[in-house]
Write a protein that binds this ligand. Structure first.
Ligand SMILES: Nc1ncnc2c1ncn2[C@@H]1O[C@H](COP(=O)(O)OP(=O)(O)O)[C@@H](O)[C@H]1O
Ligand SMILES: [Mg+2]
Length: 377
């Protein structure tokens, strides 16, 4: 299905405070686009503005080049799936899905065809006579999806649709949802606070903070090249080390001081301020014997080991005071590590990036070790 282009121009919504702050955004037809950010950053309000459930304070919303800012919700070719499925408990699955079609001019056969095609998309044809109370949470959410898809919108807005489901179900529905979107070719605008959902499903995503968009890009780009410490921290990179930049160049490289250690850094050096953060992903941290020679080594101590099955998460306290984690594959090389053991961490220059400030990490509600264990598993 063609169409489904979304354009937001200086879109702003003010309640008592600004909830959506001057957002410019273009989403292509058929794109799977996510808005990612913590609770309260303005994701739902943005969706409700596009859906027509809220009026913008200023700015414009265009759907396929038509300004719909003043158009009532039911006239926009947009449909929404919410976290709470909002199904009618006394209607069967079939009737729940058929509900939005009842006022359309369809023959009985056409209506049946449309409903069963939508149920086939979400693999629920055999549950057509059940009521929502006789379905699991994941199945109910698929009914809600079918009910939205049956209206053949050019844009589907999804507000944390997997939020109420358990982790395992979320993981399998994520894969299904992406496959479904590719099959129907509708533009999906997906809202979530879960970085893993946004990273796995999206063609592109926008990271939001306080009503603004901080960074837009494909998942790998936002993950590999976070614009600042806020994005890096939000995407689950908790290895942020406060550093001083002591020299710059060539290119984007620089040299930074972390406590008594000098580190060569390959990325981000040209626009970083003098006081910056260096970031490295847990999978890139190497742990070596204490005293191992060579550049970019920082002394530290193993603070805690968390066994994750295929990998071990190692919490390190570096001598300069920074806490970082390493993620090591369980291939036998981790056996010598024990709690309290002094080691050297090798932070390779090509794995290091310096980032502009943003808020201090503590202000972002940095993940506790327990959260981090969950994220990595
Ligand atoms: N109807 C409303 N009236 C007043 N403030 C609101 C209303 N809806 C949302 N807000 C405020 O706008 C901000 C953004 O909310 P929301 O868009 O729901 O964030 P998110 O979906 O990212 O959690 C929050 O500070 C919230 O309290
Ligand atoms: Mg919300």
């Amino acid at each position: 299905m063609a169409g489904g282009r979304i354009e937001l121009v200086a879109l702003t919504k003010r309640f008592t405070e600004v909830a959506v702050d001057n957002i410019d955004l273009q989403i292509a037809s058929g794109e799977f686009f996510s808005l990612l950010g913590p609770s309260g950053c303005g994701k739902t309000t943005t969706l409700r503005l596009i859906g027509g459930f809220e009026q913008p304070t200023s700015g414009r919303i265009l759907l396929d080049d038509v300004d719909v800012s003043a158009m009532p919700a039911h006239r926009r070719n947009v449909n929404t799936v919410f976290q709470s499925y909002a199904l009618f408990p006394f209607l069967t699955v079939f009737d729940n899905v058929a509900f939005g079609l009842r006022n359309k001019d369809l023959t009985k056969a056409e209506l049946r065809n449309r409903v069963y095609s939508a149920l086939d998309l979400v693999k629920l044809r055999q549950f057509d006579k059940r009521r929502p109370g006789q379905l699991s949470g994941g199945q109910q959410q698929r009914v809600a999806l079918a009910r939205a898809l049956v209206l053949q919108p050019s844009v589907l807005l999804l507000d944390e649709p997997l939020g109420a489901l358990d982790a395992k179900l979320r993981r399998s529905l994520k894969v299904e949802l992406k496959a479904l979107q590719e099959q129907v070719g509708i533009t999906f605008l997906y809202v979530t606070h879960d970085q893993e959902e946004a990273l796995t499903m999206s063609d592109r995503l926008a990271v939001m903070r306080d009503g603004k968009i901080v960074q837009i890009g494909p998942p790998s780009e936002v993950y590999e090249e976070p614009a600042d410490t806020y994005v890096a921290d939000f995407l689950g990179v908790s290895n942020l080390m406060p550093v001083d930049v002591v020299s710059r160049g060539p290119g984007s490289s620089c040299e930074v001081r972390l406590g008594d250690s000098l580190l060569s850094v390959d990325h981000g050096g040209h626009d970083a301020p003098d006081h910056a953060h260096a970031v490295i992903r847990p999978e890139r941290v190497r742990i070596e014997e204490y005293g191992s020679p060579g550049p970019n080594r920082v002394p530290g101590m193993v603070e805690r080991l968390v066994y994750l099955g295929s990998a071990t998460q190692v919490f390190l306290r570096l001598a300069p005071g920074a806490d970082i984690q390493a993620l090591l594959q369980n291939d036998g090389s981790t056996d010598h590590l024990t709690q309290g053991k002094p080691v050297h961490a090798f932070l390779a220059s090509d794995a290091l990036r310096v980032l502009a400030g943003g808020a201090p990490v503590a202000d972002l509600g940095a993940a506790t070790p327990d959260d981090q264990v969950l994220q990595a598993s």
